[in-house]
Design a protein around this ligand. Sequence first.
Ligand code: NDP
Length: 329
Amino acid sequence: NREIHLASRPQGWPTAENFRLVETEVPKAGPGQLLVRNRYMSVDPYMRGRMNDAKSYVAPYALDAPLDGGAVGEVVAGEADGFAPGDTVLHGLGWREYALVDAHSARKVDPDLAPVSAYLGVLGMVGLTAYAGLLEVAGMRPGETVFVSAAAGAVGSLVGQIAKLRGAARVVGSAGSAAKVERLTALGFDAAFDYHDRPIRESLKVAAPQGIDVYFDNVGGDHLEAAISALRPHGRVALCGMIAQYNDEVPPAAPRNLAQVIGKRLTVRGFLAGDHQGLRDQFVQEMAGWLREGRVSYDETVVDGVENAPSAFLGLLRGDNLGKMLVRL
Ligand code: NDP
């Protein structure tokens, strides 16, 4: 059995020296375990984060131990309910030729439904990421314009196709080469561009002159910045990944922890109070009650005379006020 261990933690871009090929005995299956001959293993962007010794939504990889991740293979030995030698299973112990898998963490897949590699991609997490992110998280609706980055990649290429199938009016993708851009057109994207060619904001303006409604972000950084500019009011962004910064040694501009929005599944939503007039009567009633009962206090900082209005305004920006800044006329 050959497997890959993490030999050291990468600083910036990983290099071959961070990995070590190790030969081991093929393990023996105990009760409830399956010995699986892996046929395909997945390599995924999130694995870069796990190579750091930093707490995240998944534990870091240990040093001098095999890495892990999605894999499919055939059961060659082991006895466990519902499994038999010859079964094809999906499990989490990739980066090795033979895996000793707890039966409860293996899932049987049907090799007749699709080539088994598909369970690591289009029919697996990757496909679900695209489908759920676009339809449930971003809430794409028919007739909308969708932009997706890393569009020629595993997730991005599915996002674009699902968007078209679900009635998007226009789907735009960005990718890193002319060949990828050509592929996107063949996949049915309405427009595509190489993000190296010119500022993304400019390319996006040409590709989606009316703006976009949904941005599916795989990249972060300049892509997210350009997308925010192109988004129309009430647009939605599904933050899926920020691959542009995974190898950064120096953090990007503040908010430097923006990527935590992904792991914590945060909703960050802009709003304008004016859109919420429907709450006004309820609000005034409840607030007036709290004031009457002395449960809400409010401060006022009052400047006298219209001639002092400019300095009151400047004072507000400086922080001279406690509570509401007012000018008494
Ligand atoms: P991909 O197949 O998309 O491969 C990664 C691609 O990223 C590369 O092909 C490259 O394409 C592009 N890329 C790399 N660096 C940059 C950069 N600096 N700027 C722009 N593009 C770059 O990987 P996946 O489909 O597996 O993952 C896509 C994204 O989705 C990742 O950010 C990943 O972390 C995230 N993800 C999130 C999940 C979730 O549950 N939230 C689940 C799965 C994935 P190019 O030539 O176009 O630059």
